[in-house]
Design a protein around this ligand. Structure first.
Ligand SMILES: C[S@@+](CC[C@H](N)C(=O)[O-])C[C@H]1O[C@@H](n2cnc3c(N)ncnc32)[C@H](O)[C@@H]1O
Length: 271
């Protein structure tokens, strides 16, 4: 198929999705490529004003503890003056968590393709050494081996192509630098999974819709989690993306997991 055919097909897909309001949560979570990317970008732009409030409310504020744990395993202490990428930075919570760590003297590049999310977090205390960048995590405007560490919190699940996104993140790491991925996961206990399922599929979409006023965003969330690989599979995919020393830890009965891996010294000829 030629590039023109591909473009035309993608445009048709997008137009078709638009007719049915591509913002349908299930379409957003199931579809791939241009449709998912557009849905995700628009949806986060629309919910940006209420994102932080709902995040804390719906996670009972535990999300702060999860982010703290993710920064704990980033290994920034090895290069406290370095450049760190917060991909899918949203309202900058991960960036702030790193930039305010005692002893951190580097810079955090907070990248997100929804500018409204970056703007919503722009006035938070602790952003003096955070630089916002409107960019797609699958096509980062950064050179090979240009950052001393990277993190993605609750972002990988939204990628139109998870493997391509992980490869892109691995590409920008300098050899030996670490990528940390924090995201939702499937709790191993059937009982916890059952409770979580009811909460995620019934209560969360209702509260999310009432507070944000958004028709589908909080239905997309459980859909996106349902289609996200379980923790051991995600670890294998980090390794396939060229990362070494891959490991993970589950948090809060397994409802989230933090994964890490380091760029192997021999990845990429341009390194
Ligand atoms: C659930 S929010 C998480 C925000 C933040 N990391 C946090 O911990 O709260 C997901 C963010 O990822 C962004 N995002 C999703 N896919 C992206 C992509 N391909 N490139 C850049 N940003 C993306 C969305 O715009 C949104 O701001």
């Amino acid at each position: 198929m030629s590039a023109v055919d591909t473009e035309r097909r993608e445009a048709l897909e997008a137009a078709g999705a638009g007719r049915e309001r591509a913002a349908d949560a299930e379409a957003g979570a199931h579809s791939s490529g241009v449709v998912k990317r557009r849905y995700v970008r628009r949806m986060f732009s629309e919910i940006a004003p209420t994102y932080d409030f709902l995040n804390s409310l719906l996670s009972f504020n535990i999300d702060r503890r999860w982010r703290r744990r993710a920064i704990d395993v980033l290994g920034w202490e090895r290069r406290p003056r370095g450049l760190y990428l917060d991909a899918c930075a949203g309202t900058l919570d991960m960036s702030v968590e790193l930039s305010t760590r005692s002893g951190f003297a580097g810079t955090v590049l907070a990248a997100d393709f929804a500018e409204a999310m970056l703007r919503a977090g722009g006035n938070k205390p602790g952003t003096a050494n955070v630089r916002a960048l409107v960019a797609d995590a699958l096509h980062l405007p950064l050179g090979d081996a240009s950052v001393d560490g990277a993190m993605v919190a609750f972002g990988v699940r939204n990628f139109a192509d998870i493997d391509a996104g992980l490869r892109e993140l691995a590409r920008v790491l300098r050899p030996g630098a670490r990528l940390v991925v924090l995201d939702c996961s499937a709790p191993p206990s059937a009982f916890v999974r059952g409770v979580y399922h009811v909460y995620f599929r019934q209560l969360l979409p209702l509260v999310g819709r009432l507070v944000s006023g958004h028709r589908t965003a909080y239905r997309y969330l459980p859909e996106s989690v349902a289609h996200f690989p379980p923790a051991p599979e995600l670890a294998a995919r980090l390794a396939q993306a060229g990362l070494a020393g891959v490991g993970y830890e589950t948090l809060t009965l397994g409802v989230t997991a933090v994964h890490w891996g380091e760029r192997a010294p021999d990845l990429g000829a341009g390194a």
